[in-house]
Design a protein around this ligand. Structure first.
Ligand code: NI
Ligand code: MN
Length: 226
């Protein structure tokens, strides 16, 4: 499993040669729009955690350019199906075996509406199991007791958590989340993109390190292998 960070909550996960894109927000991201060429992004599937603009902005264009399947909650899936895109609707607690691996749509505490006001269902995150590795993508969420359910069904190799505060968990709550999900290897996302969510990188890494945890912060375009 190879994970490439394209800024904010946008990640390209390559599993079994299948390209799984998460929350594409590139053309509107001041930090990534000049560094990432949208036309070079390859996606077989696009997973959307919730309907907010900073998670779905480029989903339609990339889906249409790649004939990709959008996987999200029922309301978001129907929104894109009406635009002629192939979709796979899920809802909270449900699992499905895709050709790249098993996906579970899990709870998040946040909101979810499209830019035009269309209802975007309830927000979520994903647990993805593929190539003998399991990762958790929290999406935008507060720290929530529901996170304690995740290790009951999955032994995580990596968790991708928002750390930017204001709209989601900040650093201190993400450290508690790491305990709740029983995973000490964290990839931080959803920080620095806007003024509200700027963080001190050194302080964030130090706080995790002091709790015997590893916080990774990737450069835009940087990849890790699991
Ligand atoms: Ni959001
Ligand atoms: Mn967001």
């Amino acid at each position: 499993m190879k994970i490439t960070f394209y800024g904010h909550n946008t990640l390209l996960i390559k599993i079994k040669e299948v390209n799984v894109l998460i929350d594409p927000f590139i053309s509107g991201n001041p930090l990534s729009k000049d560094k990432v060429d949208l036309s070079t992004i390859k996606a077989d599937y696009i997973l959307l955690t919730h309907a907010h603009q900073d998670h779905v902005l480029d989903a339609e264009a990339i889906a249409k350019a790649n004939d990709a399947v959008i996987i999200s909650n029922y309301e978001i899936a129907m929104y894109y199906q009406k635009k002629g895109i192939e979709v796979h609707p899920m809802n909270h607690g449900g699992n499905w075996d895709f050709k790249f691996g098993r996906v579970k749509y899990v709870n998040a505490v946040h909101t979810s509406s499209f830019e035009d006001g269309t209802y975007g269902g309830q927000p979520g995150g994903f647990v993805i199991e593929g190539e003998h590795k399991t990762i958790y993508i929290a999406g935008d969420t507060a720290l929530t007791m529901d996170m304690k359910l995740i290790p009951l069904g999955a032994k995580l190799d990596l968790a991708i958590l928002p750390i930017g505060d204001n709209f989601t968990m900040g650093i201190d709550d993400a450290i508690i989340a790491s305990d709740f999900i029983a995973c000490d290897k964290i990839l931080g996302v959803h920080y620095d993109t806007f003024g509200y969510i700027e963080i001190d990188h050194d302080e964030a890494k130090r706080k995790f390190f002091e709790r015997d945890k590893d916080l990774m912060l990737l450069e835009i375009g940087e990849s890790i292998e699991l």
